[in-house]
Design a protein around this ligand. Structure first.
Ligand SMILES: [Fe+2]
Ligand SMILES: [Fe+2]
Length: 159
């Protein structure tokens, strides 16, 4: 509880939080970008972080929560999984839309930002507290390694 109040997270939870902060900053920069080239570049950078993050945390954390001891963990694992799918689909949709400076694209960016913000808030509250109940410190540490290795593999596949 104290760790939660102080905002200190252990193992994989700290790494998840760091990624969330990076994505948050990038989404803000995309919104503020004034030309299509800069916006396209930032959107690629953001997606290159967000998509491997979603896939890796899905495999490393959410699949375990879905098989968790408590009903709350299992429910969170399922709901989070659909939110990951929604965020992924939204990114793919935005890659296909033409004009990045159009009102339409900016509206879709708002949809994505809201999806991500809502999901991250849930993940860092309910998700983190379920993970702390289900796993001990060593398991969270081992999951950190697994998460980073998996993300690196996924990035290599894309790049
Ligand atoms: Fe996450
Ligand atoms: Fe997530």
């Amino acid at each position: 509880m104290l760790r939660e109040i102080l905002g200190i997270a252990e193992g994989i939870l700290q790494d998840l939080h760091n990624d969330h902060s990076e994505v948050d900053v990038l989404l803000e920069e995309i919104k503020d970008s004034g030309d299509p080239a800069a916006r396209r570049r930032l959107f690629s950078v953001m997606s290159g972080k967000l998509l491997p993050h979603l896939q890796a945390e899905q495999e490393v954390l959410y699949q375990r929560l879905q098989r968790g001891k408590s009903a709350e963990s299992r429910r969170f694992g399922r709901e989070g999984t659909s939110e990951h799918e929604a965020a992924e689909q939204q990114v793919q949709k935005m890659f296909k839309l033409g004009d990045l400076m159009s009102d339409r694209w900016e509206a879709e960016l708002k949809v994505l930002t809201d999806l991500v913000e809502h999901h991250v808030t849930e993940e860092e509250s309910t998700g983190f507290s379920c993970a702390r109940d289900e796993f001990d410190k060593e398991q969270l540490e081992a999951m950190r390694e697994e998460f980073q290795t998996r993300k690196a593999q996924l990035r290599a596949q894309v790049g």
